[in-house]
Design a binder for this molecule. Structure first.
Ligand code: TYM
Length: 332
């Protein structure tokens, strides 16, 4: 039995990288799999979140899923905090995962920065909660962007160690689904950094709430080099900013990078950027519009999240019971 699980943090500034790397891929998978899509609000609080904004951003993630084409009737959409089994399994996984494994996590190192002593314990244990998110549904496939690959490898390690330690086959080994022409969208200001919600510069990312004017402005200001576009992919090699914009175009147009270059070989950025702006406005703009429309009726979104929580809980309950039984934890 195959089951999909994925999540997005409601930490504001949802962007084109989240869409092209993950959310867009959620949509097509609904045809072939049972899908569970979560707004991971307990992950968000591993760094400070304003409570009122967190509530609103949680709805916004759900609205973004729906606006992108996730069907709340077919798929489950819910907020992590509404299914307590995530936190329960995360604690058990904290006792399975090893400190050495956590110390290797690059996302922790990046997010904690230089002042590691001052990072929250939750930020350190983040990947253990992520493993619990997936395993509490015994999900088999997880669509994500490239940056989550290491966390999914850790999820496999935790599941395997649990199975070995207890001599069971409780958990499946999960497979990452990383696909599309833009699995790692880079910052518009710096081609060596990924596009991220937490970048201090709003010009580094295109967000779901950007209108035509701001999309155009951000792309016009996007950093590039002085050369025209090459005719083959090899020509993008040491040109991270150019490669990024071509990748974004390819993903939005459903083309390969080479097909984009076939069309734009020899073009200057003064030609390519307006074409990319038109495409982004056409393909990404309406999703943001729909998200905003959904956000105008929070009661509707909340009802979807409530129904999703019930359906998710029904799947998670027997799994957490089984795990407690295996571990020897007395159940209520
Ligand atoms: P988060 O909220 O940072 O990002 C959500 C999804 O967007 C992808 N993504 C990107 N893809 C391409 N280019 C980018 N610049 C870019 N930035 C983000 C991410 O890979 C992700 O798929 N740890 C996760 C949330 C999570 C989760 C889970 C995911 C918690 N539990 C269980 C899957 C399964 C995260 O921080 O995503």
């Amino acid at each position: 039995m195959s089951r999909i699980f994925s999540g997005v943090q409601p930490s504001g500034n949802l962007h084109l990288g989240n869409y092209l790397g993950a959310i867009r891929n959620f949509v097509g998978l609904q045809d072939d799999y049972e899908c569970i899509y979560c707004a991971v609000n307990m992950h968000a609080i591993t760094v400070w979140q304003d409570p009122e904004e967190l509530r609103n951003n949680t709805r916004e993630v759900a609205a973004a899923y729906i606006a992108a084409g996730v069907d709340p009737k077919r798929s489950i959409i819910f907020a992590q905090s509404t299914v307590p089994a995530h936190a329960e399994l995360a604690w058990i996984f904290n006792c399975v995962a090893r400190l050495g494994w956590m110390n290797r996590m690059t996302q922790f190192k990046e997010k904690a920065g230089k002042n590691r002593e001052n990072a929250s314990l939750g930020l350190y244990a983040y990947p253990s909660l992520m493993a619990a998110d997936i395993m509490v549904y015994k999900a088999t496939h997880v669509p994500v962007g490239e940056d989550q690959k290491q966390h999914l490898e850790l999820t496999r390690d935790i599941a395997q160690k649990f199975n070995n330690d207890y001599g069971t086959e409780t958990f499946p080994l999960v497979e990452p689904l990383i696909f599309g022409a833009a699995t790692r969208v880079m910052s518009l200001r710096d081609g060596s950094k990924k596009m991220s919600k937490s970048d201090p510069s709003d010009y580094s990312r295109i967000t779901f709430t950007d209108d035509r004017d701001s999309i155009a402005k951000k792309l016009r200001k996007a950093r590039t080099d002085a050369d025209p576009l090459p005719d083959a992919e090899e020509g993008l090699k040491d040109r991270p900013e150019a490669a990024n914009l071509v990748g974004i175009y390819a993903a939005l147009a459903n083309l390969t990078r080479q097909e984009v270059l076939n069309e734009f070989a020899g073009a200057a950025f003064s030609t390519f950027k307006p074409a990319l702006t038109d495409l982004a406005v056409e393909k990404f703009g309406p999703i943001g519009e729909e998200m905003k429309r959904l956000m105008a009726d929070p009661g509707h979104v909340d009802a979807i999240l409530r129904e999703g929580a019930e359906r998710a809980s029904a799947i998670a309950a027997p799994v957490i019971d089984e795990v407690k039984e295996v571990v020897g934890l007395i159940r209520p």
